[in-house]
Write a protein that binds this ligand. Structure first.
Ligand SMILES: [Zn+2]
Length: 243
């Protein structure tokens, strides 16, 4: 009976919930230790942050727990403005992401917006392989648009390389989307110094790679996009020759 199965699932969920919440005091204790360590290392650190945050960078990354923004670039609280979602997607109608970009650009006046993807991204795997995961399918559809746009090239690659290749293509496309927002375009038009970048994080070695999708002027976006794509194609071709 489906209804009985549903009730059984709810009971298991309740037990699991108890097990999970019983670990929460551990997080609060961790926080206490961390705050003490920070204040001991830099006396007055937290009171200095009360005045005004002045980060130079906006990080748009994946929500994946293995890709914690501040830690990867060794920046302290107050130094990195962060937006994360599944598969680091920048959609022209996503008011959440657009609001972050607008606040970072107009109010905080960050100098750099960095779109950061990562290897073996679960959202990208789902997009590549048409895996159904639920509501998130509708979000991942944007990564499938990237896949479809580059399907001719992706199909030339060995199957084992397509996920990471699509992770990198997705970064380049989303960085282009940032360049095409009205917020960033208007900032460039009024002469504000702000650059858009595309990076990928490699889970296996903890290193970030610049995908050379770097744009600091409206007119440069198209050429930077083509250069980054050409560099990516060349890198995969080189890897295939070396294999
Ligand atoms: Zn991811």
């Amino acid at each position: 009976m489906p209804e009985c199965h549903f009730r059984a699932a709810r009971i298991v969920d309740a037990r699991t919930l108890v097990a999970v919440t019983s670990k929460l005091p551990e997080l609060l204790e961790n926080n206490l230790r961390w705050a003490k360590k920070m204040e001991a290392g830099r006396p007055g650190f937290f009171s200095s942050l009360l005045q005004q945050q002045a980060p130079q960078y906006l990080w748009i990354g994946c929500a994946d727990s293995r890709v914690p923004a501040n830690e990867l670039v060794d920046l302290a609280p107050g130094e990195l403005f962060v937006h994360r979602n599944v598969a680091n997607v920048v959609v022209h109608s996503d008011l959440n992401c657009l609001s972050v970009i607008q606040f970072a650009t107009d109010v905080l006046q960050v100098r750099h917006i960095i779109v950061v993807g990562h290897s073996q991204c679960g959202g990208v795997v789902a997009a590549l392989e048409d895996r159904r995961v639920g509501l998130a399918d509708n979000w991942i559809r944007h990564v499938q648009d990237v896949r479809n746009r580059h399907s001719a090239w992706l199909e030339t690659l060995p199957a084992g390389e397509r996920v990471n290749a699509l992770c990198e293509l997705n970064v380049i496309e989303q960085a282009l989307n940032v360049c095409q927002t009205t917020v960033v375009q208007e900032a460039w038009q009024r002469g504000q110094e702000i650059a858009v970048h595309g990076w990928v994080y490699r889970l296996h070695n903890g290193l970030l790679k610049d995908l050379t999708m770097t744009v600091s002027r409206l007119d440069d976006a198209g050429a930077a996009y083509e250069r980054a794509l050409a560099a990516l194609h060349a890198r995969y071709a080189e890897a295939a020759r070396a294999a």
